[in-house]
Design a binder for this molecule. Structure first.
Ligand SMILES: CC(C)(COP(=O)(O)OP(=O)(O)OC[C@H]1O[C@@H](n2cnc3c(N)ncnc32)[C@H](O)[C@@H]1OP(=O)(O)O)[C@@H](O)C(=O)NCCC(=O)NCCS
Length: 411
């Protein structure tokens, strides 16, 4: 019976949520491996629970982090650990939790957008989440390629284990500078760097320990990579794989030197990354770009929770003054006509009774929000109607960002 279910805040439900999350996501690592770290990141006031006759059978939570959008970082609700017990699925519990979560965001004036990674790409559009960025899994047989240009000799890079506090501090400083203008990047307050570097032996899946390489420029550290080696000794010679977790560089010198280092690792024949940016410069650095095999995957899904605040929170690549006729069935407070007056220095977005130039959904705006999914592309699905000639092109141009959005980490 639907009436036997209740959705409510669950600030004391860490253990229930942790256990259900592990079960629902088929987590095979020993429970103690991530328990303490996850507890330290957990935000009790952001945990929702779905209860069946008082028993915890579902949950959805969020983290409070900054998400970089065109123009810089803004607060975002980073939705996480969404799970419903298998015995209670397909009875509408996720739908009810999503509704409560988004309504709370809006009514409490919290973050104007929500962001998430989806376990299945078929789930979240119905709740108004748009596919805002994509990543590419990377696989490269390193011995089949050469760098197009030799990397100028500089001081040696510094290499060590991810337990080295100085190296970690250098990575954090570089990351923070880069993330300010990299749409899709998230702030890493508190224990988030521990999360990013999480390297319990039980979780290594045959890899060695996580390692860090830091590049130093004229003014100090300006790039790093996180990687782990999967040893592979074959009859015809060593063919180990370097699994990349993250490559972050704030100068071309750092970027090229880090790739040169990774391409020339001794005894290694393969570079692989499960989540890497679509626009990695790597194919442009090597003589055979087609050897760098990239396989697309969905990255961040963005939900516009409070439309005028969300659209005013980012900047736009070109000036635009447009009236948007927005439909939003799941969050009806976003439905209506909004005038967006925007440009590279900022934006205003206010309700209006003026005639609309473009009719679209909040989902379209979520997909376009990070500047990577073109409104022009979306218009070709038939979801956007141009009511004033030229409005689509002008708005699509304004929403795009020169930097392809990419979130490097799953949360
Ligand atoms: C995904 C999950 C949370 C769905 O919970 P639920 O309570 O069954 O969801 P609902 O009953 O509210 O379903 C809402 C809609 O989503 C659809 N849906 C649910 N799970 C889906 C999935 N994995 N793939 C595609 N569609 C899905 C339902 O069919 C339903 O469609 P409808 O609106 O057309 O009827 C639950 O199945 C689960 O915990 N799965 C394992 C963990 C997981 O994948 N969590 C999501 C993390 S991002």
């Amino acid at each position: 019976m639907a009436d036997d279910y209740e959705i409510r805040p669950a600030p004391g439900a860490f253990e229930d949520a942790h256990l259900l999350g592990r079960t629902a996501f088929h987590d095979t690592a020993a429970p103690e491996v991530s328990h303490e770290l996850e507890r330290s990141l957990w935000e009790p006031d952001r945990q929702l629970g779905a209860y069946y006759r008082g028993q915890y059978v579902g949950g959805a939570a969020a983290f409070t982090r900054d998400l970089t959008v065109p123009g810089g970082p803004i607060p975002a609700a980073c939705v996480t650990n969404v799970a419903v017990s298998q015995a209670h699925t397909r009875r509408g519990l996720l739908t009810r939790m999503m509704r409560v979560q988004l309504t709370d965001l809006f009514e409490q004036g919290r973050e104007p957008v929500a962001a998430l990674w989806a376990s299945e790409s078929g789930i979240y559009r119905r709740f108004g989440y748009g596919l805002a960025s994509r990543h590419a899994a990377l696989d490269l047989a390193t011995r089949e390629v050469r760098l197009l240009r030799p990397v100028p000799a500089g001081p040696p890079v510094r290499v060590g284990l991810a337990t080295d506090g100085k190296l970690v501090a250098d990575c954090a400083a570089v990351y923070d500078r880069v993330r300010g203008s990299a749409p899709g990047y998230l702030s890493r307050p508190g224990a988030w760097w521990d999360h990013r570097l999480f390297d319990a032996p039980a979780n290594r899946e045959g890899n060695g320990p996580l390692q860090i390489v830091v590049h130093d420029g004229p003014d100090g550290p300006d790039g790093y990579a996180l990687y782990a080696i999967e040893p592979d000794w074959r009859p015809d010679g060593p063919y180990s794989a370097a699994h990349l977790r993250e490559v972050v560089a704030e100068s071309p010198q750092a970027e090229t030197a880090l790739w040169a280092f990774l391409l020339h690792l001794d005894l290694v024949g393969r570079l692989a990354a499960w989540v890497a940016p679509l626009d990695t410069p790597l194919p442009h650095l090597i003589d055979h770009p087609m050897r760098a095999v990239q396989r697309l995957g969905p990255n961040l899904w963005i939900r516009i929770a409070d439309l005028p605040r969300a659209l005013a929170a980012r900047t736009y690549a070109a000036p635009v003054d447009v009236v948007l006729d927005v439909t939003d069935e799941f969050c009806p407070w976003n439905t209506g006509r909004w005038r967006l007056s925007a440009g590279p220095d900022g934006a205003t977005c206010d309700p209006t009774t003026d005639p609309a130039d473009l009719a679209l959904s909040a989902l379209d705006l979520g997909a376009a929000y990070l500047g990577g999914t073109s409104l022009d592309t979306l218009s070709r699905t038939g979801s956007i109607t141009e009511l004033t000639p030229g409005a689509l092109r002008a708005t699509a141009t304004a929403f795009q960002d020169p930097r392809t959005p990419f979130c490097p980490e799953i949360f």
